[in-house]
Design a protein around this ligand. Structure first.
Ligand code: BTN
Length: 251
């Protein structure tokens, strides 16, 4: 096991690309990437989001990158821990730069109040019962000020902190945090990861409204189970588990 993982040692910068995740996948096929490689771009023409959505970001304003990992020692039944460490790394970094109220919205979005500032798309390539490689795509809103029709639900570090950021400097800081938490995962320190994830999870131990089967229902967030499903308590005290497509947060 590598004792201290460095991310971004191999940095591939592409001015414009369809999607950094897609490009990472192509590079992996040609075996041209080492663990911790970062494929970064100023603009994506086909930026991809979770559950088949698109990710739009203004040219040259944000962080758009994919990190390539080979977490082959991570048991498949614990694959959601990769999502957890990435979310914890990003939220810790956002706290560090001066936004202590940033939260993880399950599974791995980062929100400040009612607005999303960062999205993550993790694509795992499996071989048998192992994760052979994983592409961690990160879209962090940095200097963008206008989100058009998404203005109600999206924000950026600049809008929140009132200053412009040097994107390369931010990316280096963020990669340090991601490496720290990925190393924690490689050491198998699951309890520390669980504790940080739940400490920063939006609505953790709180009652909140969710849209479930087209109805607005009050539920308490209990935990995210090892399979990555969200466990909620109903008003009658029953524990229910949900996948991403089964519920919507009302934020
Ligand atoms: C989401 O919240 O829906 C996930 C968004 C992930 C966006 C990033 S931007 C860099 C990487 N390349 C992509 O095509 N998507 C991810």
């Amino acid at each position: 096991m590598i004792d201290r993982q460095i991310f971004g040692g191999q940095l591939i910068e592409i001015d414009e690309v369809d999607s950094t995740n897609l490009r990472a996948q192509e590079l992996l096929k040609n075996q041209k990437v080492v663990e911790g490689a970062v494929i970064a771009s100023n603009f994506q023409t086909n930026g991809r989001g979770q559950i088949g959505t698109s990710w739009f970001a203004e040219k040259g304003q944000n962080l758009l990158f994919s990190l390539v990992l080979f977490p082959s020692q991570l048991p498949l039944e614990r694959q959601f821990y990769l999502s957890k460490v990435i979310a914890v790394g990003i939220v810790t970094f956002i706290h560090e730069i001066g936004i202590p109220c940033a939260k993880i919205k399950w599974p791995n979005d980062i929100y400040v109040g009612s607005k999303k500032v960062c999205g993550v798309l993790i694509e795992n390539n499996l071989r048998g019962y192992r994760i052979e490689s994983s592409i961690v795509g990160v879209g962090l809103n940095v200097n963008q000020e206008d989100f058009g029709i998404f203005g109600e639900s999206a924000s950026s570090l600049k809008l929140l902190l009132g200053q412009d950021f040097n994107r390369n400097g931010l990316r280096s800081m963020l990669l340090l945090q991601l490496a720290y938490w990925y190393n924690m995962l490689m050491k198998g320190d699951y309890s520390e990861i669980d504790s940080m994830y739940h400490q920063n999870l939006l609505y953790s131990n709180q009652w909140a409204e969710f849209e479930i089967n087209n109805r607005r229902l009050l539920r308490k967030v209990i935990e995210v189970n090892p399979q990555g499903l969200l466990c909620l308590e109903s008003e009658t005290g029953q524990i229910e588990t949900y996948g991403m497509k089964q519920l919507k947060f009302i934020i």
